[in-house]
Design a protein around this ligand. Structure first.
Ligand code: TYD
Length: 204
């Protein structure tokens, strides 16, 4: 398929992803690049409805496998309706979380393991990010950064869950053959964005 560039952002809760995504989108706009910004879970009308179910703190009885399938279902819709058509038309796609989130949260932290990749292989096919920025922040710092707002069902989890997410992301980075670029998210905003901009400028 004719391809644009697929960029995803990953990281634990409270890693400062949103700030960096906003800065990247400003940079792309200012330089006249044709891009779309999307997010997971969500990114489509159906995906946003699935998101409500997944993140609702009332759904505390949700089975981990149900959770993994719901993220994958949101992703299947997102890939077919938004991401694949955008890439085929040559656009840059910036996505706030993608498949690596499922591998870190459901695969490593929930302990579902490799079945998460199997489930998702049907949802994504060959539609995978070209570059992934992983913003690394310790679970303690992540929690402190988000303490001012109400937490969703996943953020609500204990610190050891978020530690397993962190460790999972490190493994994903190690096995990614350079696709995943890990960045210490305790650095200041402009230093982090400097790293991201350099990588993107090289690729565009
Ligand atoms: P969101 O409010 O988008 O969190 P953030 O601002 O940190 O990105 O909520 C998404 C939550 O869902 C977040 O805690 C990570 C989790 N998640 C998974 O567990 N698996 C997934 O596949 C995805 C996409 C997200």
């Amino acid at each position: 398929m004719k391809r644009g560039l697929f960029i995803s952002f990953e990281g634990g809760d409270g890693s400062g992803k949103s700030t960096q995504i906003r800065k990247l989108c400003d940079f792309l706009s200012e330089n006249g690049y044709d891009y779309i910004l999307s997010r997971e879970p969500g990114g489509t009308s159906i995906g946003e409805q699935i998101r409500q179910i997944i993140l609702d703190p009332e759904n505390s009885e949700m089975d981990y496998l149900t959770e993994a399938y719901l993220y994958a279902a949101s992703r299947a819709q997102h890939v077919s309706q938004v991401i694949r058509p955008a890439l085929e038309s040559g656009k840059i796609v910036v996505c706030d979380r993608f498949l690596d989130s499922s591998i870190a949260y459901q695969g490593y932290a929930r302990g579902l393991g490799a079945c998460v990749e199997d489930i998702n292989s049907y949802a994504v096919g060959d539609c995978l990010p070209d570059i992934t920025f992983l913003l690394k922040v310790s679970p303690e710092t992540g929690k402190a950064r988000r303490s001012s707002r109400e937490e969703d069902r996943i953020e609500n989890e204990q610190l050891d869950f978020h530690q397993r997410v962190f460790n999972g992301y490190e493994k994903i980075e190690e096995n990614s053959h350079g696709r995943v670029i890990g960045i210490d998210a305790s650095m200041d905003i402009d230093t982090i964005f400097g790293i991201i901009r350099t990588v993107i400028e090289e690729r565009l």
